[in-house]
Design a protein around this ligand. Structure first.
Ligand code: ADP
Ligand code: ZN
Length: 746
């Protein structure tokens, strides 16, 4: 995985065009492999990395002045320069630095995606949020100048959007000298306005409130601080159980980056929900970090984008998309809960933010630390091989023990038919609540029941456009498809045999569990937490707060509650169906189950109270359950790594998946077969399939999968690229998705 060196030649090197016409290549955020050529009009100066506004067809869009390359995939086709369209203007933001351009190219290469699609991830923010930094700004009036020059026209064009800009920004965007702007103000074409005072971007203070570190924390912090100081690429794994003080430890590295004047990126899987983290950051550094995720307003995003590019914003906490922000000087990347699946983007550019964070750190000569209590097998193997330096925090800060996990064997002590809470778990819950503690029932199933069945004819109700059962949501009184969002009222008769009142719910979801718990403990205060909660993120935050404040006795939750929340009063966790993830043939099933259940159990007993956790399982002898019950993490990793090596599974081999889909199943299958037939032959790659995908139908599209497998050190991306270059084109509505290092096999 060696990154290519960035091309630093000047953008307007005159290789293809006559010297009197200035031409540059501009990469646009579209799914085309190569850059486009544009003419640079008189009076505008552009260099590689500059963000510019250019016409494309009837639209205008942002693009990046791209370095010329020998790579035919990126080079535009030569066009008669006289026919080239001109760049409209420069966009007011710092240019993309060579390291960022190299990063975009690296990801495009690795994921086998057009570079423009990766650039799109990097330019995704609101274009109209140009916020002037000075106290006064200028904007256009109704008047137009008597004396018209091309410089003046460009200023007017730049300000036609009606937004206020500082004089210097207006001049820079139009590519003219400030005196042109002054002249237009004098002529009444522009007017000066006073802007409301902007709060200055407050800088975090590295010494605001420094904790006394435990010896293990101090040792780990020293290593991280030294790495940040060294300003060289160094990857770490911060490995310690929940509550061992990992966050407090990496804050020391953040403090050092701030002292060095470099920027920090903290990636989190569920940033929209981790308000507690932001407050905690503020307690340590005096101010909150900048946030970057889908729940941040576009205006705010525009501001963060520019602040990151200018270097003014020092610390960003964000979701995976924050990885594409144009940092001016990135010195430290932290990937919290690095094992989390939310880091893998499953559409568009299929990238894994954890892996790409390591790539970006290398290109930026930055320190990177992956943080987890249950590292991914990939990361654990990298740590065992010494590629990542392991910093271990073996004990919980508060001295409490990670809860013991006790199996409840559903074959011997399960609940009565039609119920899901075993008698022993019910007893323990009662005892916990009487003692003033909280209990969490964990079930990773939204809704009331995962399946609706006709008792007369056995018919099961399926989604009309997906191969999945409809899930009953009793609260909303409808059946829903969790693949495509299709929803329909619960029918009063079987859609197949038309027998009235014959439909029965099968299996439990959190709503059904809620019903059962309420019957068992009528006095208890209950709260269901799942992504179905009406009221969105705001409501969810309020409910989490209520739980923290002890206003709830029993929490019934999906995996939403497993992630990073701190419930001080939580003393008991009951996992309703510990086996749910182990059933199907996913090579990561054991790893996922181990991580999720360990994490859920770790929610209990983080403070004074000792926590307890129960696993309801039909297979207490399964190695994953055994490792969880014995609290033997190493046993799990040793065994799982052995299994992967033996079976030639990642990270001991490499996978690339192709998913062919279309509305016509025959056409999709035929195209998948044609792809298989033209896969380049080499003894180093095996192509398996096509096979119908486990999720054979999604949103009316029939899906077929191919899987290419190679040795670990083989360049599988290059192979897939060569394969696609010689493959028949997907016509009609056929689509081929490429997924390098697939996480999902559905
Ligand atoms: P982790 O990130 O490993 O889950 P945290 O960093 O969240 O662990 O620490 C767990 C708890 O212990 C937090 O409430 C944190 O504030 C506290 N803590 C950790 N280290 C220290 C320390 N050195 N001084 C004071 N409190 C600490
Ligand atoms: Zn559906």
């Amino acid at each position: 995985m060696k990154p290519p060196m960035p091309d630093t030649r000047p953008a307007d090197s005159p290789s293809l065009f006559p010297s009197h016409v200035r031409v540059v290549d501009v990469l646009l955020p579209v799914a085309v492999g190569s850059a486009y050529s544009y003419r640079v009009p008189e009076g505008i100066e552009v260099a590689v990395g500059d963000i510019v506004v250019v016409p494309l067809g009837t639209r205008h869009m942002l693009g990046c002045v791209w370095p010329r390359t020998e790579d035919p995939r990126e080079s535009p086709k030569p066009v008669d320069p006289a026919r080239l369209k001109p760049i409209q203007r420069k966009y007011d933001v710092a240019p993309l630095r060579p390291a960022m351009i190299a990063f975009i190219r690296w990801i495009a290469d690795y994921t086998v995606t057009p570079p423009g699609m990766v650039l799109r991830l990097a330019l995704r923010h609101d274009e109209s949020a140009g916020i002037a930094r000075e106290r006064t700004g200028v904007r256009l009036t109704e008047r137009r100048p008597e004396r018209r020059t091309s410089a003046r026209e460009r200023v007017i064009a730049a300000l036609l959007d009606g937004f206020v800009r500082s004089k210097s920004d207006a001049a820079r965007e139009a590519g003219v000298s400030p005196s042109v702007v002054d002249g237009l103000v004098d002529d009444g074409v522009l007017e000066t306005v006073v802007l409301p005072p902007e709060p200055a971007a407050e800088a975090p203070d590295p010494d605001h409130s420094r904790p006394e570190l435990l010896p293990a924390q101090a040792e780990a912090a020293t290593r991280l601080v030294a790495a940040v100081k060294a300003r060289a690429f160094q990857p770490f794994l911060i490995d310690g159980v929940t509550g061992s003080g990992k966050t407090e430890t990496y804050f020391e590295a953040v403090a050092e980056a701030i002292r060095q004047g470099r920027q920090t990126l903290i990636l989190m899987p569920e940033i929209a929900l981790t308000q507690a983290f932001l407050d905690r950051f503020a307690r340590r550094f005096g101010v909150r970090p900048a946030e970057w995720h889908s729940a941040v307003s576009t205006k705010r995003r525009g501001r963060v984008f520019k602040g990151v590019a200018s270097g003014e914003v020092r610390v960003v906490a964000g979701a995976r998309s924050a990885l594409f922000l144009p940092f001016a000087d990135l010195g430290l990347i932290l990937v919290d809960e690095e094992h989390d699946n939310a880091y893998k983007q499953e559409d568009g550019v299929h990238y894994h933010a954890r892996d790409m964070a390591v790539v970006r750190a290398r290109l930026e000569a930055a320190t990177v630390a992956l943080v987890s209590a249950t590292p991914s097998i990939e990361t654990e193997v990298n740590a065992r091989r010494g590629r990542y330096t392991r910093l271990a925090l073996p004990e919980r800060f508060a001295g409490t023990k990670v809860p013991r996990l006790e199996p409840i064997d559903l074959r011997r002590e399960g609940p009565p038919r039609g119920q899901w809470i075993a008698p022993r778990l019910a007893q323990e819950m009662e005892r916990t609540i009487e003692a003033g503690g909280q209990a969490l029932l964990f079930l990773n199933r939204r809704g009331y029941a995962p399946l609706t069945l006709c008792r007369a004819c056995g018919h099961r109700i399926k989604c009309p456009s997906c191969s999945s059962w409809l899930v009953e949501h009793r609260f909303r009184r409808r059946l829903e498809c969790h693949q495509c969002g299709y929803a329909t009222p619960v029918p009063t008769e079987c859609p197949n045999c038309h027998e009235p009142n014959s439909l029965i719910p099968c299996g439990p979801g959190v709503e059904r569990l809620h019903e059962e718990a309420a019957k068992l403990m009528p006095e208890a205060r209950l709260q269901v937490l799942s992504s179905d909660l009406a009221g969105g993120v705001e409501r969810l935050r309020a409910e989490l707060k209520a739980i923290e404040d002890g206003e709830v006795d029993i929490i019934i939750g999906t995996q939403l509650v497993a992630k990073g929340h701190n419930f001080p009063g939580l003393a008991l966790v009951g996992v309703i169906d510990a086996d749910v993830g182990l059933g199907h043939g996913d090579p990561r099933a054991a790893e996922r189950t181990f991580q999720l259940l360990h994490q859920v159990a770790g929610r209990a007993g983080r403070h004074e109270m000792e926590g307890r956790a129960f696993l309801q399982t039909y297979m207490p002898e399964h190695p994953v359950m055994q490792a969880l019950v014995a609290g033997d993490r190493d046993a799990f990793y040793d065994r799982e790594i052995g299994v992967r090596e033996e079976a030639h599974l990642p990270p001991f081999a490499r996978f690339a998946a192709l998913i062919v889909s279309g509305t016509d199943p025959h056409a999709a299958q035929a195209h998948a077969r044609a792809l298989a037939a033209c896969s380049p032959f080499t003894g180093e790659v095996r192509v398996l399939g096509p096979a119908e995908a486990p999720l054979a139908l999604v949103r009316g599209r029939h899906r077929y999968r191919l899987l290419a497998r190679s040795a670990r050190l083989f360049d599988l991306s290059a192979y897939v690229r060569a394969w696609m270059a010689g493959a028949p084109r997907a016509t009609g509505n056929l689509r081929v998705e490429i997924d390098i290092d697939p996480q999902s096999f559905l």
